[in-house]
Design a protein around this ligand. Structure first.
Ligand SMILES: Nc1nc2c(ncn2[C@@H]2O[C@H](COP(=O)(O)OP(=O)(O)OP(=O)(O)O)[C@@H](O)[C@H]2O)c(=O)[nH]1
Ligand SMILES: [Mg+2]
Length: 322
């Protein structure tokens, strides 16, 4: 399949073409093929509501997303689901017990589900995920629900380009909840305590509400919802809040901030990739590193020298290509 065939397939919503495109991104989001794909897809994107779902392992993110996407599908919408580096991937055979049945019933409703990993350069995952969102967007999926495990830079990057971020917690996280709260109160637009059938759920909700009350207040008052993802209790409130936030987003300037975040992410990735390449190749880089190792120069000066070198090389390249 060449790029134009893939693009044509995506515009028809063909799952094979969609998977093919996402695999290209997984291999290397900065490769020429990947860039060509993005460039040609871009005009047909920009419609879908991207919803990020994040939270610690085991709080019920996948279960919740399964049910949420089912709700959206029943409303006549066409949700797509991406799981980023999840421990429980959405691939055939990887689901156990009721999850297999859940996935089958979701596929019958036309919901696209796919997990995403990174086979390219270090750190490329967030950008690949963003590329995958564009593929689903161009294929007409809306909303696009992205699951990540709530930790690490990739997670924060992905969440910064979602329109709506829901942070999921569950009772019984113990002391862990403090650390999680510290890192996640800012990125969340809505907060969910899942597993309300478990003891401690309402105390956990109260705790989150109290913490939010101390934080800065914007125009958007962050709701705290209780859910039972096994029974579906609370899900009509959840879809209502998600839709309300989407309307709120479109009336604000947030979209501009999102695109700014995306451009910065691309620059970071391009720079990191070229740096990794230079580091691997040795050469001049090794000379600088040897001076750092022998403590002749400090790491800051070493970094400065390397950056200068990279910039001048990049400029040379640009000149010669003109
Ligand atoms: N009691 C109860 N159990 C739930 C609920 N939601 C999910 N679970 C269970 O919690 C366990 C973990 O669910 P997952 O959906 O895999 O959690 P996750 O957050 O996606 O996990 P990772 O992807 O591994 O981080 C499973 O055994 C679910 O059946 C709930 O509302 N109540
Ligand atoms: Mg999961």
């Amino acid at each position: 399949m060449n790029i134009d065939q893939i693009i044509e397939g995506i515009s028809r919503g063909d799952p094979r073409s969609i998977s093919r495109a996402i695999s290209i991104f997984e291999d290397d989001i900065l490769a020429d093929r990947a860039e060509e794909l993005i460039r040609k897809l871009y005009p047909s994107t920009g419609r879908a509501h991207i919803i990020g779902i994040t939270g610690p392992p085991g709080v019920g993110k996948s279960t919740l997303i399964g049910r949420l996407s089912g709700f959206f599908a029943d409303e006549g919408r066409k949700p797509g689901v991406l799981a980023i580096d999840a421990s429980s991937p959405y691939s055939r055979g990887a689901f156990l017990g009721n999850r297999v049945r859940m996935q089958e019933s979701l596929m019958e409703k036309g919901i696209y589900m796919r997990s995403l990993t990174n086979r390219g350069f270090k750190g490329g995952l967030s950008l690949s995920a963003l590329g995958a969102c564009k593929v689903l967007d161009a294929a007409g999926f809306d909303p696009i629900i992205v699951e990540t495990v709530g930790s690490g830079q990739a997670d924060l990057d992905i969440m910064s380009v979602a329109h709506t971020v829901a942070v999921i917690l569950a009772p019984g996280l113990g002391d862990e909840i403090q650390a999680i709260k510290a890192g996640m109160m800012e990125i969340g637009d809505l907060f969910i305590i899942n597993k309300t059938d478990r003891e401690g759920a309402f105390i956990a909700m109260k705790e989150i509400q109290d913490t939010l009350a101390l934080g800065p207040h914007g125009k958007w008052i962050k709701p705290v919802l209780g859910l039972n993802s096994l029974t579906g209790e609370g899900f009509s409130d959840l879809t209502a809040e998600i839709d309300r936030h989407w309307i709120h987003m479109n009336s604000g300037k947030d979209a501009e901030g999102r695109l700014r975040g995306e451009v910065i992410l691309i620059i970071e990735n391009v720079f990191r990739k070229s740096l990794e390449k230079v580091m691997d190749e040795g050469g001049l880089t090794k000379e600088v590193m040897d001076r750092v190792f022998s403590r002749e120069i400090d790491p800051y000066l070493g970094a400065e020298l390397l950056m200068e070198q990279r910039l001048s090389e990049a400029l040379k390249l640009q000149k010669s290509s003109k």
